[in-house]
Design a protein around this ligand. Structure first.
Ligand code: TEU
Length: 567
């Protein structure tokens, strides 16, 4: 089997709760996924990545695991997952599971044991620390670290009179990776357990933050209310983290023909990223960088979004496309996932006049991107953000709701009004990517015969997979065509080098992809106006492979028009 099979297969991310419900309980499940494998095969993807389906209280929709070897009954059973693995392999589809090992749920037996007493054998499987005391003697957390999900990153435990660390929800205590016994259990009872069942690899959650600074130093932040500023990982112990991921590879990954993709989080330093993905470093296959997709997110507070320019998008896109070139590393490309708003809303336009063209222009960008391509459920049909008129009680995401409540209770970011908070939520909430997949124009978009756990976007009547499957000019049909071309010209599309053309152009993104003597020229108009573009690379020998308009004119790109030429 090709040792680097993971380079040429596009990956389709499934967020199970909102993908397809087979039993009418209003939540997506494994059997629902199995029923769509032929749809995914026909789309042209080669791998699926399943967000967590392990037993969980679902505080963070499965990223709070209470049993790594048991499938949550909401999604089905262990035998359903074994059937899914088998059905994928029958269709030459690979399957990745989501490895969440920075923390567990507080309902995990490991944590229940750890919190029993200071002398429990599993006490040091988690981060516990004594309180600090304020000037007037009041008890307070060991330091000023803050959770991604608002509030302090420390929770007081009355029974054992210590705090425990949780970089996410208080019901998601961080595992102490310095504990060798714990690491061995993760390698043997979690990773090998699923690899031996035939899983082809993992998406590795928060891969850069397992190692904390053991002194738990105060973080030098200018804004004590900002979880986001602490996202620069003051608590991170980078060199030690490299050790852990190298050990993970030596003890587990290197023994299987598997793929790994690590979530880098807010790392903006390509040198750090390279130390994870250079093959000679023997850590992981590739990593998600968030420089590009976090453009426009507020910093330090993501819920205070700011405008951004195409020039910034072009700059970060090129930065992360070139960092692995001739560097023994491998990159991956994505614009959507379960934590992000829909890409057509952020980088295109959901205005009905421009929605289709901009979805297709973004698809052309993605499909000609070097590295492993990731498509998120619903992206292939151009699903859009939650409508602006949804009230806060229609939202479900813990990060969003904790933020809203922290503003309402004035416990943080006191400079923000509730209306301002809602404005930010309407732009960057994780729920935008979590509305049910729109399969057809029947009730609840064919997602469920029951009551969906989160509302379906009412535009399913006009945006759904079934209608688009029957329309050769649809966004879905365009994606199928592009993924087919990506396979046909894989050395150019997937392995080619990247160079901007007309880099300073603030409306057009155009670039050359090259492999050997073969060259592609791509030109994309990311504005609502017609624009001239640099056609100097196009000759009469050039072949127009793809266009998203019916009759392209020489040197003018219509609003959101894109073209791909074989030079
Ligand atoms: O996300 C890690 C992370 O940094 C999140 O804070 C994410 O970047 C942020 O919410 C974007 O706004 C991973 C998972 O993708 C996320 O779904 C989980 O909630 C989180 O880890 C905890 O497991």
């Amino acid at each position: 089997m090709n040792a680097e099979w993971w380079k040429n297969r596009a990956v389709y991310q499934i967020w199970p709760a909102s993908y397809k419900d087979s039993n009418g309980d209003g939540v997506g499940d494994i059997q629902g996924i199995i029923s769509t494998l032929d749809y995914l095969k026909e789309l042209g993807v080669g791998t699926i990545w399943l967000s967590p389906v392990f037993e969980s209280p679902q505080d963070d929709m499965g990223y709070d695991v209470s049993d790594y070897q048991k499938i949550d009954k909401m999604y089905g059973s262990n035998s359903d997952v074994e059937e899914l693995i088998e059905e994928c392999h029958k269709r030459d589809l690979k399957i990745l599971l989501d490895l969440v090992i920075n923390h567990t749920s507080s309902e995990h037996q490991w944590f229940k044991d750890s919190k029993k007493s200071k002398s429990n054998p599993r006490r040091n499987w988690y981060h516990w620390a004594p309180p600090a005391y304020g000037p007037d003697g009041q008890r307070c957390p060991p330091n000023n670290w803050r959770s991604y999900f608002s509030g302090s990153a420390w929770e007081w435990d009355e029974a054992t009179q210590e705090y425990y660390l949780h970089l996410f929800a208080k019901s998601m205590p961080d595992l102490n990776w310095e504990c060798e016994e714990l690491r061995e259990v993760i390698y043997e009872n979690v990773m090998k357990y699923w690899l031996d069942k035939g899983v082809d690899g993992f998406r590795i959650d928060t891969v850069t933050i397992y190692a904390k600074n053991p002194d738990y130093p105060y973080a030098p932040v200018t804004d004590p209310n900002s979880a986001w500023q602490l996202a620069s990982m003051h608590y991170r112990n980078q060199e030690r983290n490299f050790d852990f991921v190298r050990e993970m590879n030596e003890k587990v990954l290197s023994k299987y023909n598997c793929m790994t993709v690590g979530e880098f989080g807010p790392t903006r330093d390509t040198n750090v990223a390279l130390r994870y993905v250079k093959q000679s470093e023997k850590r992981i296959s590739m990593g998600f960088q968030f420089d590009t997709v976090f453009l426009g997110f507020g910093n330090p507070n993501k819920f205070e979004p700011v405008p951004f320019k195409l020039s910034e998008f072009k700059e970060t896109y090129a930065k992360w496309h070139k960092y692995v070139e001739n560097n023994d590393g491998w990159d991956c490309e994505f614009l959507e996932n379960h934590d992000l708003p829909r890409s057509v809303n952020r980088f295109g336009s959901d205005d009905p006049e421009f929605w289709e063209a901009s979805c297709k222009a973004l698809a052309m960008l993605e499909a000609t991107s070097s590295g492993t391509l990731f498509i998120y459920q619903g992206q292939e049909i151009g699903m859009t953000n939650i409508p602006k008129d949804w009230p806060i009680d229609e939202y479900r995401d813990i990060e969003t709701l904790n933020y809203y409540n922290s503003i309402k209770e004035k416990s943080s970011n006191s400079h923000i009004s509730l209306e301002k908070a809602m404005e930010g939520i309407r732009q960057v909430s994780r729920d935008h990517g979590r509305t049910p997949v729109q399969w057809n124009s029947s009730k609840h978009a064919g997602f469920t015969s029951g009551t969906p756990w989160i509302n379906v976007n009412k535009n399913y009547i006009s945006i759904n997979a079934e209608d688009q499957s029957n329309d050769e000019n649809s966004v879905l049909s365009f994606w199928k065509k592009l993924l087919h071309l990506r396979q046909k010209y894989l050395l150019l599309f997937i392995h080619g080098s990247f160079e901007h053309v007309d880099e300073k152009n603030t409306s057009i993104m155009s670039y050359i992809k090259q492999h050997g003597n073969s060259k592609l020229f791509v030109a994309l108009n990311f504005t609502k106006e017609s624009r001239n573009f640099d056609t100097s690379h196009i000759t009469k020998e050039s072949k127009l492979l793809v266009s998203n308009v019916s009759s392209p004119t020489d040197d003018t790109l219509l609003p959101y028009e894109g073209r791909i030429y074989l030079l």
